[in-house]
Ligand binder design. Sequence first.
Ligand SMILES: Cc1cc2nc3c(=O)[nH]c(=O)nc-3n(C[C@H](O)[C@H](O)[C@H](O)COP(=O)(O)O)c2cc1C
Length: 206
Amino acid sequence: MSKVLVITASPRGERSVSRALTTNFAQNWAKHHPDATVLLRDLGHHPVPHVTEPWVIGASAPPEAQTPESKAAIAVSDQLVDEFLGAERYVFGIPMYNFNIPSTFKAYTDQIVRAGRTFAVGPNGYEGLVKGKKALFITSSGGSYPLGSPMAAYNFQEPYLRTIFGFVGVTDVQFVVADGMAQGEDAAKLSREKAEAALKELATSW
Ligand SMILES: Cc1cc2nc3c(=O)[nH]c(=O)nc-3n(C[C@H](O)[C@H](O)[C@H](O)COP(=O)(O)O)c2cc1C
């Protein structure tokens, strides 16, 4: 039975575009995949901790250097990594903040990108350990960053997400983008409808 981890990163509730698109997609996808388990994690309202010095000790120091604080800090990461590795598919709903991901989602990636757990360092360099997974990124932004336009260079969000998830081995990725949310009512409506149509199609084909 396949497991899907659905993560929302907007701090907004009903007004959030990425949250609405993501949760609607998850519900619709689940209808078409009744055998699958859907697990929701709401980073926007329940952020995970940032990396701290005890966390670094927990992740990399020998057993004799561990403290109660380092064990507690890394236990949180271990749990998030277990959850991440336990899923076969990921659906991420992420707003663009300052041309990148919100810090809540960055804190999450810092927790799950772990040497020895999600990537390895070998004689041939880095190797992603998260194999055979699929990720769908549903993003929203006020502006638009079409490839080939001067604004494309401002989009650090999609390249970053492709890079960091590719680094751990998740290379089968798709993006559905609801952009232009601050470019007037008509443009926003059109963009949102386009994203909804793409997600409707993916509910059966993904
Ligand atoms: C703190 C903050 C930073 C933002 N930075 C950008 C940005 O750099 N580029 C952009 O196009 N939109 C930016 N926006 C607009 C959001 O991406 C847009 O409102 C999006 O719909 C938010 O996602 P949500 O509706 O899921 O909350 C920003 C919004 C906030 C609140």
